[in-house]
Design a protein around this ligand. Structure first.
Ligand code: PLP
Length: 558
């Protein structure tokens, strides 16, 4: 009975899910609960005896649902979209039921192969250059599904860090790895997402923030100026993160200019297109991709706007061996008889590695060797350093653990020789991985290219509609031009007015939005999220905003 009843209830759950989504607009999008509300409603300990499903479901309806933000609601305008869709949910349901782990090819061959196929489809759909695809067995490029954009950024930074450290170690064989690490510096714009800063913190490297221009865009000239001045101080620029579609205002860094600077200074270029990447399925938005052929890695979240539910971050790299040599371990229990003939995503394809005339991952094979590096004479001067300061200045052995773990636990120097040429190769940080390709593949097939393009264009059209309503009301302004599906607007005057407006809107719970602040200007971000949003929803939401604004303005100015 313990197993039979959940089987029947599982079928009911499918109806519950479908009804929830079909009736989503009836729910208040933002909950009216206070911190700690659930602790007061639920027991302090797990039940000793099995409980009935009807009682469990009752608690879901009465206690859990009222405490949720309903992200699929057409009145959800906060953050960026986190959309789902029936094909995606079915993919995730099947994946959860199968619960296969796809870390090596042998652990689930179809899981691995479907991921490669779906990532190639998706890469082509976005118009990415062939160097990022994995269509030939010996291709060093390829795509992998990571959990989040933050993780993709970290993976990219760590791969670039390994590449730079290996090159520096060859030039400075007598220096401790900790001393080499202290010379590295990387860059992003002052508009980059906080996950880029976090990647620098985890990677123990200095990060410099480049001031963006009046359109919140990082430009090549400012980046190059910073790189040249840092090089003059003895620092080694090794990684740059460009953002396509910033979180605050969906601004776009100038990818071509930045790519050319990275090529001149041999820095790894990572592109974070977390939200905006979905828009590149439409050719009319691909002008922002100009220069992408100069990138080393590129990531975006189908889990945001592409209707593939969380988690699903698509990441492509030009040279996957850079990842493999960063995350390289090779325990016997993960080897299999087809190792080297197929991709192992937790591991990777040995083939690319082994076929290069027996060269090993620990030999320097960078496509962009660090230009003009000389052995270090002095430790670098610390001006302009925003994090990672003084982390390794003393060369203390105890500082080395984190780094040595990642470079293969090989002692206190970078190991250049790898005795075991049969190493397996790595694409990610965790070992285990879900069968996420299934939901992506279902969405790509069930909507088709035309259906996905239609969805993106509709989101942009609705944002344009909202923008026109805001612009027609003299009390409001849009300080930055709208890009794609997000409008950043404010009440003219002091920031305090807009802050008050947003607070009141969220407290009323009919719509939900979050703020952003660029260069001292406080704005409300209004993102069109849901594929259920209609013209009428936009009109209703604008009426709600206008009415609340009127109340506030009357209250303040009489
Ligand atoms: N990068 C950008 C530009 C973002 O807007 C976001 C989140 O919205 C992220 C990175 C972080 O995404 P994730 O939650 O997938 O790590």
């Amino acid at each position: 009975c313990l197993f039979r009843v959940p089987y029947l209830k599982a079928k009911e759950m499918v109806d519950y899910i479908a009804d929830y989504l079909e009736n989503i607009r009836e729910r208040r999008v933002y909950p009216g609960v206070q911190p700690g509300y659930l602790h007061k409603l639920l027991p302090k300990e797990a039940p000793n005896a099995p409980e009935k499903w009807d009682d469990i479901f009752k608690d879901v309806d009465e206690h859990i649902m009222p405490g949720l933000v309903h992200w699929q609601s057409p009145h959800m305008h906060a953050y960026f979209p986190a959309l789902t869709s029936y094909p995606s949910i079915m993919g995730d349901m099947l994946s959860s039921a199968l619960n296969v782990l796809c870390f090596t090819w042998a652990s689930s061959p179809a899981g691995t192969e479907l991921e490669t196929i779906a990532m190639n489809w998706l890469g082509k759909l976005l118009g990415l250059p062939d160097c990022f695809l994995n269509e030939k067995n010996d291709s060093p490029g390829g795509g992998v599904i990571q959990t989040t954009a933050s993780e993709a950024t970290l993976v990219s930074l760590l791969a670039a860090r390994t590449r730079a450290l290996m090159e520096l170690a060859q030039l400075n064989p007598d220096l401790q790895s900790s001393e080499l690490l202290g010379h590295l510096i990387c860059y992003c714009s002052d508009q980059a997402h906080s996950s880029v800063e976090k990647a620098g913190l985890i990677g123990l490297v200095r990060m410099r923030y480049i001031e963006s221009d009046e359109n919140q865009s990082m430009r090549g000239a400012q980046l190059e100026e910073a790189i040249i001045s840092d090089k003059a101080k003895g620092l080694v620029p090794f990684w740059v993160c460009a953002t396509l579609g910033t979180t605050g205002s969906v601004a776009f860094d100038n990818l071509r200019e930045i790519g050319e600077v990275c090529s001149r200074h041999a820095a790894w270029l990572h592109v974070d297109a977390a939200y905006a990447g979905s828009a590149f399925v439409c050719p009319e938005y691909r002008h922002w991709l100009d220069g992408v052929e100069l990138a080393d890695s590129f990531a975006f979240n189908p889990s945001k706007w592409l209707m593939v539910n969380f988690d699903c971050t698509a990441m492509w790299v030009r040279d996957s061996t850079a990842l493999h040599r960063t995350f390289n371990v090779n325990p016997i229990y993960l080897r299999h008889e087809n190792s080297g003939k197929a991709i192992d995503y937790m591991l990777g394809s040995e083939k690319a590695n082994l076929e290069k005339n027996g060269s090993t991952i620990n030999q320097i094979e960078s496509s962009k060797p660090i230009n003009g590096l000389k052995p270090f004479a002095n430790t670098p001067n610390d001006d302009h350093i925003t994090n990672g300061d003084d982390l390794y200045d003393d060369g203390d052995e105890t500082d080395l653990h984190g780094y040595h773990q990642m470079s293969g636990g090989c002692g206190d120097k970078i190991q250049l020789e790898n005795p075991d040429k049969k190493e397996l190769l790595h694409w990610q940080i965790p070992l285990s991985r879900r069968f996420r390709a299934l939901k992506l593949w279902f969405v790509l097939r069930n909507y088709g290219v035309s259906g996905i393009q239609k969805h993106i264009r509709e989101g942009v059209r609705l944002a344009q509609k909202f923008e026109a309503l805001v612009l027609a009301d003299q009390r409001f302004e849009i300080p930055q031009p709208r890009n794609l599906g997000m409008v950043a607007f404010r009440l003219r005057g002091d920031n305090a007015l807009t802050e008050r407006l947003l607070k009141k809107l969220n407290a009323r719970g009919y719509i939900h939005a979050v703020p952003a602040c660029f260069k001292g200007v406080y704005v409300i971000r209004f993102t069109v999220t849901s594929q259920r949003t209609t013209n009428q929803d936009i009109l209703d939401d604008w009426n709600e905003i206008k009415n609340v604004a009127s109340e506030i303005l009357i209250d303040v100015f009489g």
